[in-house]
Design a protein around this ligand. Structure first.
Ligand SMILES: O=C(O)c1ccc(O)c(O)c1
Ligand SMILES: [Mg+2]
Length: 630
């Protein structure tokens, strides 16, 4: 694997805070962005010492702007300016300066003129043991293509002058990265890596505000790096991420995300090149949601038990040594943890009642753990009782746990090993609602966290992202993006709130953090499920009549179906693939809630068109809580 590095512009804070975060995430080097240096109250030698004390190297000093192709007297000034910066570099302790292509209207253009300038700059740099790397900015005045930059470097023909490649400048304008393959690797002095979402805007604004970590955007960074690999380049892979959110976010988190993204993309490139040595375990294929665990206190456990029973679940067992119950219906396992110590209790103390853990069944839990560790996930373990299983786990959204089980180890027998049949005396007989499996588990978070968690899920697991959707909540916009496995065995919608007044935002403030806001169970007959819930006295979310009028207008549904939908407060969606039915419970203690869905045909969405209706209804019912119907 290449040495890794990140530019100081990518992170928030002052230079010191940036260096600490970069070092903590395990990078080898740091690109010192000139402005970060200029704004710091210490000289170059002192900054160089800080960098080395942090265990880092200065990868490059950058950017040196508007250098090549100038007429006199600007040309002479540019060389003098360069000599001043060489002084800084020597004090900093770096030998590489990045010169980005000239954007000045004064620049004259001409490959040979630029090559001549670089030959002279190379000569001056070499006298001081320094090197020059030339990068084509996608909006450069005369040079905006790495092929032209390479031609200039080639003609400069000086050992101290090489090329800097930047995936953004190649991929964003749609240049073919395959053209990189013919550049000799030892003439490439630095490779900068950035991804970006596909947006319609000018290249400069796109680059300065919307870059993101490889894997968080939509550019083919892996394809770019595969071409770089073919050159034999052996230097740093350096993240240079101009992103408004990252500049304002947690430097530690951005640094960890950056390292994670580089490790994941390097693994992807090695795999697609057919390499078999030094790979991480493959992304873990999720086979299903094994369980969802709720942290509660004793009264909460009773209330939740009542709700689960009303949803048609049965208490399938009691933990051999802990105040933990296992509730089951169809293929769904819910765990109610009322322990007074350990992780669930800590979660209850911090967040109150709510989901503290999700168990994912994967093909190989050990391999999943190994990959997760390599990708800097935080492993979690706590003491287990004699005979109990140590179920491997990592930290997930909001500090919750993500457990791994698999069908091939002892973990497959976790239920029989850890639970004994329970008798709940006096538990009323409830009607089954025919729930079969967990359809999806939705997590709510601040919008600023979404890119982190998308990378987390898609780098560790064989899960892909769906396009991002904007959903209108009466209190503001919520951005929703789903990560899911190819066979849809696991679907995790992530909802990022941009306002503090949405339902998701209220959840975040009630829960003191991000977490599971709702769980959707699958039914094969939504109306039978609705009838059972009615009989069991479950209070459902009410849906306004206007919605059903519109449904009729949009889909021309038969009157009987429309009547059934409206009578049961069922929301409906239809696309080419099939039909979708959804109904919602009232929230448990004004926190999390449950959804029941039925998919017909191969409908693969989540009823996005219904989400604003549902959110408005939830907002209304939070302000005017109806008397429960039981
Ligand atoms: O936006 C810029 O000016 C800028 C500067 C230096 C770089 O390496 C780069 O990719 C962009
Ligand atoms: Mg760059």
């Amino acid at each position: 694997m290449h040495r890794t590095s990140i530019a100081t512009v990518s992170l928030s804070g002052d230079l010191r805070e940036k260096l600490d975060a970069i070092a903590a995430a395990g990078f080898d080097g740091v690109e010192i962005f000139e402005n970060d240096f200029l704004a710091y109250p210490a000289g170059a030698a002192e900054v160089g010492r800080l960098v080395r004390e942090a265990g880092l190297a200065v990868t490059v000093f950058q950017p040196f702007r508007d250098f090549e192709g100038l007429p006199e007297p600007q040309r002479g000034r540019a060389f003098e300016r360069a000599e001043r910066k060489f002084d800084v570099m020597q004090a900093l302790g770096t030998d590489l300066m990045l010169v980005c292509s000239n954007v000045s209207p004064a620049a004259l253009g001409g490959i040979d003129r630029a090559a001549e300038d670089f030959r002279e700059l190379g000569e001056r740099a070499a006298r001081r043991g320094l090197r020059i790397g030339y990068e084509a900015l996608a909006w450069g005045r005369h040079v905006s293509d790495h092929r032209d930059a390479w031609e200039i470097v080639r003609r400069a023909d000086h050992p101290a002058v090489g090329l800097v490649l930047d995936s953004f400048h190649t991929l964003a304008p749609g240049l073919d990265p395959e053209t990189i393959r013919r550049i000799p690797g030892d003439r490439i002095f630095l490779v900068q890596v950035a991804d970006a979402p596909k947006l319609e805007m000018d290249l400069l604004s796109w680059s300065r505000h919307f870059r993101c970590m490889p894997g968080q955007g939509q550019l083919d960074v892996a394809g770019f790096l595969a071409a770089v690999e073919a050159t034999g380049y052996a230097g740093y892979l350096s993240l240079e991420i101009f992103n408004d959110q990252f500049r304002a976010g947690s430097a530690r988190q951005v640094a960890v995300d950056g390292r994670r993204s580089l490790i994941a993309v390097a693994d992807q490139v090695a795999r697609s090149a057919g390499r078999t040595d030094g790979l991480l375990p493959a992304r873990a294929r999720p086979l299903g949601v094994e369980f969802v665990e709720f942290a509660v206190d004793e009264p909460g456990a009773e209330q939740l038990a009542e709700l689960f029973a009303a949803l048609g679940f049965a208490c399938a067992g009691r933990h051999v040594s802990k105040a933990v119950e296992w509730w089951r219906e169809g293929g769904i396992n819910l765990v109610v943890n009322a322990e007074k110590e350990g992780f669930a209790h800590a979660s209850w103390l911090t967040h109150g009642p709510g989901v503290c853990a999700v168990g994912l069944q994967v093909e190989d839990a050990g391999a999943a753990m190994e990959r997760a560790r390599a990708l800097l996930a935080q492993p979690f373990s706590q003491p287990v009782g004699p005979g109990e299983l140590e179920v491997p786990a990592i930290r997930g959204v909001g500090g919750s746990l993500l457990y791994f089980t698999d069908p091939k180890s002892e973990l497959a027998r976790v239920w029989e090993i850890e639970f004994r049949p329970a008798d709940r005396p006096g538990a009323p007989a409830r009607k089954s609602a025919g729930l079969t499996r967990i359809d999806h588990v939705s997590q709510s978070m601040e919008y600023d966290e979404m890119l982190s968690w998308l990378l987390f899920y898609t780098s560790i697991f064989e899960m892909e992202r769906t396009p991002e959707l904007d959903i209108a909540d009466p209190g503001g916009l919520v951005r929703s993006q789903v990560v899911e496995s190819a066979d849809k065995a696991v679907r995790i919608p992530l909802n990022g709130t941009q306002s503090h007044r949405t339902l998701a935002a209220r959840f975040l403030s009630e829960f003191f953090g991000s977490g599971v806001q709702h769980i959707a169970f699958a039914s094969s007959d939504i109306f039978a499920s609705a009838a059972a819930l009615e009989a069991n006295g479950v209070a459902l979310l009410q849906v306004p009549d206007n919605y059903y009028d519109d449904l009729e207008a949009r889909f021309g549904l038969e009157p009987e179906l429309l009547e059934r939908l409206s009578a049961n407060a069922v929301l409906f969606d239809r696309d080419e693939a099939g039909d979708y039915f959804q109904l919602y419970t009232r929230p448990f203690q004004e926190r999390f809630f449950f959804e029941i869905v039925e998919r017909r045909g191969t409908y693969a969405g989540f009823g996005a068109a219904n989400a604003p209706i549902r959110l408005a209804a939830q907002s209304l019912s939070a302000r005017h809580p109806a008397v429960p119907r039981r």
